[in-house]
Design a protein around this ligand. Sequence first.
Ligand SMILES: [Zn+2]
Length: 374
Amino acid sequence: MNPKRRSALQNILGIASAPLLINPIDSFGQQGLGPIDGYDLIITGGRVIDPSQKFDQIADIGIRNQKIVEIKPQLTKKSAQTINASGKIITPGLIDLHAHCYPQVSAIGLPADELVYLTGTTTFVDAGDAGANNFSAFKHYIAAQARSRMYAFLHISSIGLAGFPVGEMKNMEYANIDLAARTLNENTDILLGIKVRESLDVVGENGIEPLRRAVLAAERSGVKGARVMCHIGNAPGDLSVLLDTLRPGDILTHAYSGAGNNTVQNGKLIAAALEAKKRGVIIDVGHGGGSFDFTIAEPAIQQGLIPNTISSDLHAYSGNSPSIPYLPNVMSKFLTLGFTINEVIAMTTSHPGKIINRDPLLGTLKNGASADIT
Ligand SMILES: [Zn+2]
């Protein structure tokens, strides 16, 4: 800068007309960077609940270089920034195992980043908005550009949910097993498995053939641990046959739906549901706009169908339904069903983190984990 102009600028800023020296520490501080032996950010005084390490106490969280470096009561080192969280509950960033975040292509998708402040969710698993034909755009234009962390299940229907509300499995020609298997095989960085929706309005006359193809696609992909996420709610035929098709590690979503052909019939949990739970099928909530019913959830849970994960099934329609299934609202329903706050938080942090199984420090506040905090 021209020395004359620099001196004019310094005068305007009220800085002594001397060589322009900025204290490097202050300069870093302005950028949110703390001193070398301190923190960039401390979150103080909140009730920190991290089920992954059975931690539940009032504590401070020290963050440096976007990672958690220390959690204990009253951290004393200097920090560039501080957030006072007293009176608040602090958890690992919430993980929603069933959401719909493919705006503009899926007919029901919402933009993940715009949901963060409403839902406390920082990791979204998109539940089958994309099929093999439109997955590449999801990966490159949606997931890659989101600040939220994103994973997905690929729909067995090659068009995903682009045709909603027309049932995507009324025409079985969309359920191309090899195409889905190959897409899954090539994208294990973010794809966790195959999604299928099994309800009469979706499958028409096709029964559980879409589910059978979803399982075949997961197996043919050659991807170890590839899961199938199966939606129920007025499922076709005998629900027991559908449940018996799910393998250990597969996910039953809308487990407490009251939409018809439910996991509880005449007040009794059906045997195949309990058997599925016992052999390791993951029981997921998927609340949605019409997929959770207390009169099903209460007896189901009492009779052993305990959820592994609480998810929202938030999308453009359910988000405007009366119970507004933002993840914390859905979690609070499980407090009223008798679960502890620690259990409910585990079902939206460490449990889904393990199911995603892509990063050992997802869903935890352990030292070294990314500073992904709700
Ligand atoms: Zn859904």
